[in-house]
Design a protein around this ligand. Structure first.
Ligand code: G3P
Ligand code: CA
Length: 263
């Protein structure tokens, strides 16, 4: 059972929509994010990559092939070229959709009319001339989101599997909280008592957490919050509640919200 002495326990976990309501609608499209917000998500998650001309676009894979009608590497296309592609029709929902920029997503989250969290995962810090974190920091400054204040309508958190990316973000926007993502257990004591580069939270994948639930307790004892991905099944939601995790990152925000409410 969850220990009231530990950070993150007591309160119900936040429900964060992974790539939007991506079970129902094509991931990383504006429609998928708006649906997640309608479904009562506390926040949304997105992956970002740089276009050839330096715009942050919300795309998970390196290549265009799976989630659009284009082929080849995202980073080889300008934003104008990406805008010619359809990022929706591949999905069972069969709705055409344009590429989503992080700037558009930030605007949508800001205009949602209620407080929301935005979790931004930077992919591949060494690609694109190492400009991904600087570009993110600049965009957050433009939206005045680089210096969070209590009561802000939008609060942004940066996430990465890469300690290098966390280090860069700490230098560029030290007040933006960071999550260290984990998908495997390296040898030795893990997770470490001090997460890399001042990450405030650890982000284990749910299969890692199932295999080693003690990870959550260790993180919490060390004063870190726990963000778990990608939690789509009721038994995994229940596990997260038992372990006192702070955020459940899910493709099914409406379902998780109802499940947490006992429905
Ligand atoms: O929220 C973290 C999770 O999204 C990491 O994995 O592959 O879905 O980006 P991935
Ligand atoms: Ca992600």
């Amino acid at each position: 059972s969850s220990d009231p002495e530990l950070p993150g326990s007591g309160a119900a976990p936040l429900v964060i929509a992974h790539r939007g309501a991506s079970d129902e609608l094509p991931e990383h499209t504006l429609e998928a994010y708006l649906r997640a917000i309608e479904d009562g998500a506390d926040g949304v998650e997105c992956d970002v990559r740089l276009s050839r001309d330096g715009h942050l676009v919300c795309v998970h894979d390196r290549r265009l092939n799976r989630t659009s009608n284009g082929r080849g590497l995202v980073r080889r296309r300008t934003l104008a070229e990406l805008e010619q592609l359809d990022f929706g029709s591949w999905h069972a929902a069969e709705q055409p959709a344009p590429v989503l920029t992080l700037e558009t997503l930030l605007g949508a989250v800001r205009d949602a009319g209620r407080p929301l969290r935005l979790l931004v995962e930077t992919k591949h810090p060494t690609l694109g001339g190492r400009l991904i974190e600087p570009t993110l920091a600049e965009l957050l400054r433009k939206f005045a989101l680089d210096r969070p204040e209590p009561g802000d309508a939008v609060s942004v958190t940066m996430m990465s599997f890469s300690p290098l990316a966390l280090q860069r973000m700490r230098e560029l926007a030290p007040d933006v909280p960071r999550v260290f993502l984990m998908d495997h257990l390296p040898p030795g004591v893990y997770p470490p008592a001090v997460l890399p580069y001042g990450a405030a939270a650890g982000g284990p994948g749910v299969s890692l957490l199932r295999a080693r639930p003690a990870i959550a307790e260790r993180l919490r004892r060390n004063g870190n919050e726990v963000y778990v991905w990608t939690v789509n099944d009721p038994a995994d939601v229940d596990l997260c509640v038992r372990l006192g995790v702070r955020a459940i990152i899910t493709d099914r925000p409406g379902f998780v919200r109802r499940h947490l409410a006992g429905g």
